[in-house]
Ligand binder design. Structure first.
Ligand SMILES: NC(=O)c1ccc[n+]([C@@H]2O[C@H](COP(=O)([O-])OP(=O)(O)OC[C@H]3O[C@@H](n4cnc5c(N)ncnc54)[C@H](OP(=O)(O)O)[C@@H]3O)[C@@H](O)[C@H]2O)c1
Length: 429
């Protein structure tokens, strides 16, 4: 059927894009990428109503030569000079907490919107800064602080019904995923870490990535948004990557499973269960096959699971998410984010009930099974691999596992390790 239109559709009249003067806090990896992208992506930004103008950048050392220095109008070490430039929006890419907190506070108190990539800042002071933004009719956007390559936070902030989530399971640290993927492909831990540093994925001091501290901060941000509860990231039970042996990944592969760097949190009536650890994932778990630096997240809600995966957050990806946030802030007349109410603070974070992947040296499979059973823990599978004996258990508490591990050591077992084991059945996407 053909429908004849009496009147042609009116052509869309583009309104002139608003010039937005961006003040850059930091001109390092991310700040420089923002400066480059603001120029390269001028056209799509203009189509969305924003013409970015790079104003002043604040750095520690203004005399240092830096390629992105020519892209901004001034580079300064002086915060007063930075604010005298009267930015329309501040992009915070400093890192750390103390200086970033002082400068973001100053911007918001002046009513200047801020977008940030700083998970440490948001995990430590997110509530306080959002309240400050609200009081001064400013905005604080932090999509880039938490798996910037998988932008989803803004969508959920605007959708109270979609946000009815009771559990998050995620790969939040792409560097850890790259390291475990390399070990899976035959590298040692030291080689995998060195390779991640050579590729610019891991910092010269990689401790925040490999201890789980980075993922714990991101999980804290997610828990605040979805669980309406505040926690101190240091209270999340965490296991570093370097406890693993290559044989652990080989033994998992024999069971058609993978070990991935997992952060999980669930909550109910103010009680929080969470962990950050390398975890054994059944082969058909939706996060089991995320390669290299890829991030992924499963949000279990009352209507089923939402799953997102996307690239790890390098400087270019982070810059794109920061600039998208700038566009959102600049066009915010149509999108208001609700102010957050004060959230209760959970002082105790327990480990959830999970299955466990257990390793021990110098004990047989039947000794391992007997000792786990005497602690009330049932084995689903047992195997030997090289010098090590492995068990996959049914769900048990962390306390139960700790007491079983003590008994294994007392019986002469060496190199005892227990990491969470997640079933694919509870994570359908
Ligand atoms: N790198 C990534 O791929 C990535 C991904 C996602 C999120 N992030 C987050 O983005 C933020 C920035 O990371 P980055 O890798 O860009 O860091 P970076 O390369 O170390 O850059 C930091 C910048 O901030 C400046 N700066 C630091 N402290 C300062 C202070 N007290 N006063 C004035 N300037 C100061 C530094 O000045 P100088 O240049 O003079 O030293 C530098 O320009 C962090 O929060 C990080 O977690 C990074």
């Amino acid at each position: 059927m053909t429908v004849a239109l009496d009147h042609p559709l009116p052509a869309r009249v583009p309104s002139a894009p608003a010039t937005i003067r961006i003040g850059l806090l930091g001109l390092g990896n991310v700040g420089s990428a923002v400066a480059r992208l603001a120029q390269e992506a001028a056209e799509p930004l203009r189509m969305h109503g924003v013409q970015p103008l790079l104003g002043t950048a604040l750095v520690r050392s203004a005399t240092r030569e830096r390629p992105a220095g020519s892209l901004v109008s001034h580079v300064t070490e002086d915060p007063d000079r930075f604010f005298a430039d009267e930015p329309d929006v501040v992009v915070e890419a400093l890192g750390g907490v103390t200086a970033a907190h002082a400068l973001v506070t100053r911007a918001l108190a002046l009513g200047i919107p801020v977008v940030t990539a700083n998970k440490s800042l948001i995990a430590a002071h997110g509530d306080e800064l959002l309240a400050l933004a609200d009081r001064h009719h400013a905005t604080l956007r932090y999509e880039a602080s938490c798996i910037a390559g998988v932008p989803f936070l803004g969508t959920y902030e605007r959708r109270p019904l979609a946000t009815r989530v009771h559990r998050i399971t995620a790969v939040l640290n792409g560097t850890s995923n790259a390291i475990l993927s390399a070990i899976d492909n035959g590298s040692t831990y030291a080689e995998a870490l060195e390779d991640a540093q050579r590729r610019g994925l891991a910092e010269p001091d990689p401790s925040s990535d490999v201890t789980g501290a980075d993922a714990a901060q991101k999980l804290t941000i997610l828990l605040r948004l979805f669980g309406q509860v505040r926690i101190d990231p240091a209270t999340i039970p965490s296991t570093p990557l370097d406890v693993l042996y290559p044989s652990d990944l080989e033994a998992s592969a024999d069971w058609k499973a993978r070990i991935k760097p997992i952060a999980q949190a669930s909550w109910r009536h103010g009680a929080v269960h969470a962990f950050v650890a390398p975890a054994f994932l059944a082969a058909d778990h939706p996060l089991a096959n995320l390669p290299d630096v890829t991030n992924g997240i499963i949000l279990d809600g009352i209507d089923g699971a939402h799953c997102f995966t996307g690239p790890g957050a390098g400087p270019a990806v982070t810059a794109a998410t920061l600039l998208d946030d700038v566009v959102e802030v600049a066009t915010e007349r149509t999108v208001r984010h609700r102010a957050r109410e004060a959230a209760p603070c959970a002082t105790v974070v327990d480990h959830p009930l999970t299955g466990w992947f257990v390793r021990v040296e110098a004990l047989t499979t039947s000794e391992l099974a007997d000792m786990l059973m005497s602690a009330g823990i049932w084995c689903d599978r047992l195997a030997s691999h090289g010098n090590c004996t492995y068990a996959l258990t049914l769900p048990a508490t962390l306390e139960g596992l700790r007491s079983a591990a003590g008994a294994l050591r007392a019986a002469g077992g060496r190199a005892v390790l227990a990491i969470p084991a997640l079933d694919a059945a509870e994570a359908a996407c």
